[in-house]
Design a protein around this ligand. Structure first.
Ligand code: KG4
Ligand code: ZN
Length: 370
């Protein structure tokens, strides 16, 4: 690690985790996270207003904890990065306001960055610089996309995305039907280990020869699983929870890995990165490894703690922005709940390349789990 590598603090508040990370070059120095997930659990999904309040309460203590862990003073920083979007408008606004306040008070450059590009860039903290190009499969509670990145600070191209539910959302909804609590991914992952993935043949969405090659759909699968469970219950039979979990999980990860490997092959890309909360799934990791090996593709998946939302990923992308001399954002930076994935960062007004969004007023994606 060179002494002149950028020292950047990153703030993430797009959903229910208040994350503050500190990165030096591609070395992680601190990753402090305060989660409000327990407060949302009884509602079966993230409640935006509760998330925003929790961010507000956790923000300053989490920043102080990160600085202490890293053993640095805020004045040593080379920049402050923050998730500018996409995400919950009110939640994003808390992080953006905090980042602006720190940047202004400390006289440091501010980098408003894209949450999805951060999920990809975080892998640099674990496996070193990203190869260019890299194919990325991003699967979380809010998004499921296949992205091709030639330069994570400036060039991210969408290959495909879900046309309905996100992969993590499907895990959460099936867990709700099975009364397993929220979030559903970790518990389904655990139960599936004791079940038979071939017990029930659940449908593979958008997998026909005429279907779009890289788009996903999980809503039909969700309905099929719910109907199957209802039928069992109506017949007065026990629901084999472990087999349902394993068979459902297999249907999701089969489609995800098949499409991701196909996209790599079609584009001649020999590296696949998987990120987002669902990348913590043990079966997804194993099947991706198996299929990538067979296709001669190198797989990169960060450790589970870096896959779910955190501040380190934002700091990782901010650090790359500084290293590549990308323009800083100005203090007019606003949260953009539907920031397109094609904008890895939000430069200052003088560098704006013309996309025009409704900024913090947009509410359409507020409840990602509705
Ligand atoms: O990236 P993330 O922390 O937040 C969003 O941006 O959405 O992802 C959270 C999602 C939830 O839907 C959760 O159920 C899912 O990731 N998840 C998992 C696992 N761990 C978390 N899904 C499947 N298997 C897991 N082990
Ligand atoms: Zn995320």
């Amino acid at each position: 690690m060179a002494a002149d590598e950028p020292l950047v603090l990153g703030i993430e508040t797009s959903c229910d985790e208040t994350g503050v990370g500190i990165v030096h070059g591609t070395t992680l120095l601190a990753d402090a996270v305060a989660s409000s997930v327990d407060t949302h659990a009884r509602f079966g999904g993230v409640v935006p207003e509760i998330a925003s309040r929790a961010h507000l309460e956790a923000m300053v203590p989490t920043i102080e904890r990160a600085l202490k862990t890293a053993g640095i003073s805020a004045k040593d920083l080379d920049g402050i990065a923050v998730t500018a979007g996409p995400g919950l408008a009110g939640a994003l606004l808390v992080g953006v306001s905090a980042a602006k306040a720190y940047a202004y008070a400390l006289g440091k450059p501010l980098y408003g960055v894209n949450h999805l590009a951060s999920h990809i860039c975080v892998d640099q903290l674990e496996h070193g610089k990203l190869p260019e190009p890299t194919m990325a499969l991003l699967v979380s509670g809010g998004h499921s996309s296949l992205l091709l990145s030639a330069d994570i600070t400036s060039d991210v191209r969408p290959m495909g995305a879900t046309i309905d539910d996100a992969a993590g959302e499907a895990f959460d909804k099936i867990a709700r039907v099975l009364d397993l609590g929220f979030p559903g991914g970790p518990v389904i992952d655990r139960l599936a280990k004791e079940g038979d993935p071939a017990a029930i043949a659940f449908p593979r969405g958008l997998s026909g020869s005429r279907d779009p090659a890289y788009d996903f759909s999980f809503s039909g699968l969700k309905t099929a699983v719910a109907r199957w469970i209802e039928a069992k219950r109506a017949a007065g039979e026990d629901v084999p929870v472990r087999d349902v979990a394993a068979s459902f999980q297999e249907a999701v990860v089969d489609v995800l890995t098949r499409k991701a490997v196909r996209a790599c092959k079609d584009e001649g890309v020999d590296h696949l990165m998987i990120g987002g909360g669902v990348a913590a799934n043990s079966r997804l990791r194993a099947l991706a490894q198996e299929r990538c090996e067979r296709a001669g593709i190198r797989l990169r998946v960060p450790r589970p703690g870096l896959c779910t939302d955190n501040g380190a990923m934002v700091a990782a992308l901010g650090s790359e922005m500084v290293a590549r001399n990308r323009p800083a954002s100005d203090l007019e930076l606003s949260a953009d709940s539907s920031l397109p994935v094609t904008d890895p960062h939000v430069p200052g007004a003088s560098h704006d390349h013309g996309h025009d969004h409704d900024h913090v007023h947009e509410v359409s994606k507020e409840n990602l789990y509705s």
